[in-house]
Write a protein that binds this ligand. Structure first.
Ligand code: GRF
Length: 212
């Protein structure tokens, strides 16, 4: 069975959707470890409740980004994962780390990439008067939130919405699309080839999979 390592920093609701999908068999894989850079991340509790080994790596214990990432790398490598999933992991990874896992490193970013890379995407969408927002699952490359998109989901923005409303609406979609993409990956349907996301042998367009 394929092995997945998940990296988190926060509440871990996306992690939970992956745990649940592995339990039901919707994803034919096992989450072998969950690693957090925040000691109080609720996702660590979720992992423990599911019997998954957890690890907290505190950046303050390392001299620089390079040292942190090599410790992270070492910890991940002991599990020999087929896939590393970033699920709300709020750290920029070094090129060395990214290169090491290139093609088997996924991220979910709460915007319709290439729109709004970086932080506070929901607030930006709201302030700009956007009528829609969304989320993107993509392969990770060295460019921040710039790797090839695999799948996006859109949500509407209503006039009376708060930032929190949009965050929740986007997350509800994330909990559907992230497990779907992980399933594609572990079943061998999805690969990264020459910097492109390829599903069932077809190069995906810039916005990821679209139903034709
Ligand atoms: C998600 O909205 C994801 O897009 C972003 O961080 C959030 C993580 O939420 N990268 P959770 O910890 O999975 O609840």
């Amino acid at each position: 069975m394929k092995k997945i390592v998940v990296l988190i920093s926060g509440s871990g609701s996306n992690l939970q959707s992956l745990i649940d999908s592995c339990h039901t068999g919707a994803i034919d894989a096992r989450i072998v470890a969950v690693i957090s850079n925040q000691g109080n991340a609720y996702g660590l509790v979720r992992a423990q409740q599911a019997g998954i080994p957890v690890c907290y790596l505190d950046a303050k214990q390392y001299t620089d980004r390079q040292a942190y990432d090599s410790a992270l790398l070492k910890h991940i490598e002991q599990y020999q994962p087929d896939l590393v999933v970033l699920a709300g992991f709020m750290r920029i990874l070094t090129p060395l780390f990214v290169q090491k896992f290139m093609g088997k490193l996924l991220n979910i970013h709460p915007s319709l990439l290439p729109k709004y890379p970086g932080l506070h995407t929901h607030r930006k969408a709201l302030e700009n008067g956007d009528k829609e927002h969304g989320t993107s699952v993509h392969f990770v490359t060295e460019e921040l939130d710039g790797g090839p998109v695999i799948l996006q989901a859109k949500v509407p923005i209503f006039a009376q919405d708060s930032e929190e409303d949009i965050i929740e609406r986007v997350k509800a979609q994330e909990h559907t699309i992230y497990p779907m993409v992980v399933k594609w990956f572990v079943s061998g349907r999805l690969v990264m080839d020459e910097g492109k996301a390829v599903l069932d042998g077809n190069i995906l367009p810039q916005q990821g999979y679209v139903d034709k």
